[in-house]
Design a protein around this ligand. Structure first.
Ligand code: IMP
Ligand code: MG
Length: 171
């Protein structure tokens, strides 16, 4: 059971606004867009197709959640292929919740000597923050609900929903 928070149209509108903003800020720079798998894959695919400049893409896979609870420590499952040295790196996340994942990535990537590091998230759950991390671009602010859809899952399910919804538990 779910309750829709952001519709397909709401999402499309905000993603195009964020894409325009990123394009203005990074046009002409040597950019690597990094998708944090698996949750950001839908957002990432839509976002990069709206960017109006040349960039390369890379993927990293991390895990910290089981069910609706963050497990605290972040595990790397699959790493980057691109060299980030001298590049403007934009980390694309589904949701920034406690901030642990993004904090882990900022630390991990800063060792690779990028020219700049910024974060772009579909959702910003600011009220759940434990580590203060900068999220330069985000589409929507959300409250302390567990959300699914548009790439976000509950135990592997609901990633294919075209909208973002509050997860109300199983039927
Ligand atoms: P963090 O707590 O900021 O490290 O977030 C870790 C990860 O947990 C996010 O990248 C998401 O993949 C996942 N996550 C956090 N909150 C939610 C949620 O409400 N729904 C689905 N996944 C979530
Ligand atoms: Mg994630």
């Amino acid at each position: 059971m779910v309750k829709i928070l952001f519709s397909k149209d709401d999402i499309e509108k905000r993603v195009s606004e964020i894409a325009a903003q990123i394009s203005r800020d990074f046009k002409g720079k040597d950019v690597v867009m990094v998708a944090v798998l698996r949750g950001s894959f839908v957002f990432f695919a839509d976002l990069i197709r709206m960017l109006d400049f040349d960039f390369s893409v890379d993927f990293i896979s991390l895990s910290s959640y089981i069910g609706t609870f963050s497990q605290g420590d972040v595990k790397k499952i699959y790493g980057l292929q691109e060299n980030l040295s001298g590049k403007d790196v934009i980390i694309v996340e589904d949701i920034v919740d406690t901030g642990r994942t993004l904090d882990f990535l900022f630390k991990e990537f800063s060792f690779k000597n990028p020219r700049s590091l910024s974060a772009c998230a579909l959702l910003n759950k600011k009220c759940a923050r434990i580590i203060d991390v900068p999220v330069k671009y985000f589409c929507f602010e959300t409250g302390n609900d567990f959300v699914v859809g548009y790439g976000l899952d509950y135990n592997g399910l609901y990633r294919g929903l075209p909208y973002i919804a509050k997860f109300l538990g199983k039927k």
